[in-house]
Design a protein around this ligand. Structure first.
Ligand code: HEM
Length: 157
């Protein structure tokens, strides 16, 4: 091998080693380290997550009179999220057909409407500064969550 060819070969190898991490399709590529399939959240999951974060904020936010005003924007966010959940279809409905499917979707919607009512009751209690009532409604919302998940979500076991 002439010196010239050896030099070209070596510099090509060096370049490939340096550029490897930046180029897709090589084993050392940064892109190759990404998971192959990233699951995106559905609108239902996104809005359920908003409700969930709100519930966590409210767990402490309803215990002191001075924290009640800060609870109001959280409750409004949760109401908006519930509004969007209501017209989504739980994935489990895909396993059903005909009347059974229709009544499953109807039941789901009615239960989210129930949750919306409780969210309005919570808003009223907070606007009135009625902490005891606000905490009672919060507990009813937790019960609705449990009931809703029992019927309309997949068992996690
Ligand atoms: C305070 C009330 C509630 C809270 C805090 C809550 C919270 C959540 C959370 C954290 C998830 C998981 C979201 C994710 O996978 O990223 C979820 C999913 C779900 N929730 Fe709720 N939820 C509540 C009420 C309800 C009610 C009343 C129903 C039914 C009427 C319901 C039906 C569902 C369904 C069907 C899913 C599954 C979504 C999917 O996997 O595509 N939830 N919820």
């Amino acid at each position: 091998m002439s010196h010239k060819i050896l030099f070209v070969t070596l510099s090509t190898l060096l370049l490939a080693a340096l550029a490897g991490p930046l180029l897709p399709g090589t084993s050392t590529s940064l892109l190759a380290q990404e998971p192959e399939h990233v699951e995106e959240e559905t609108p239902l999951q996104q809005n359920m997550s908003v409700i969930n974060k709100g519930m966590r904020k409210l767990r402490r936010g309803l215990r002191k009179a001075e924290s009640l005003p800060a609870a109001l924007p959280v409750i409004l966010e949760m109401q908006a999220a519930a509004h969007f959940c209501k017209t989504e279809t739980p994935p489990l409905a895909a396993r059903l057909e005909g009347d059974e499917k229709a009544s499953f979707i109807q039941g789901y919607r009615l239960q989210v409407i129930g949750l919306q009512r409780l969210m309005l009751d919570l808003e009223s209690a907070v606007v009135e500064g009625n902490m005891e009532q606000a905490q009672a409604v919060y507990q009813q919302m937790k019960a609705t969550e449990d009931e809703g998940h029992e019927i309309y979500t997949e068992d996690e076991e």
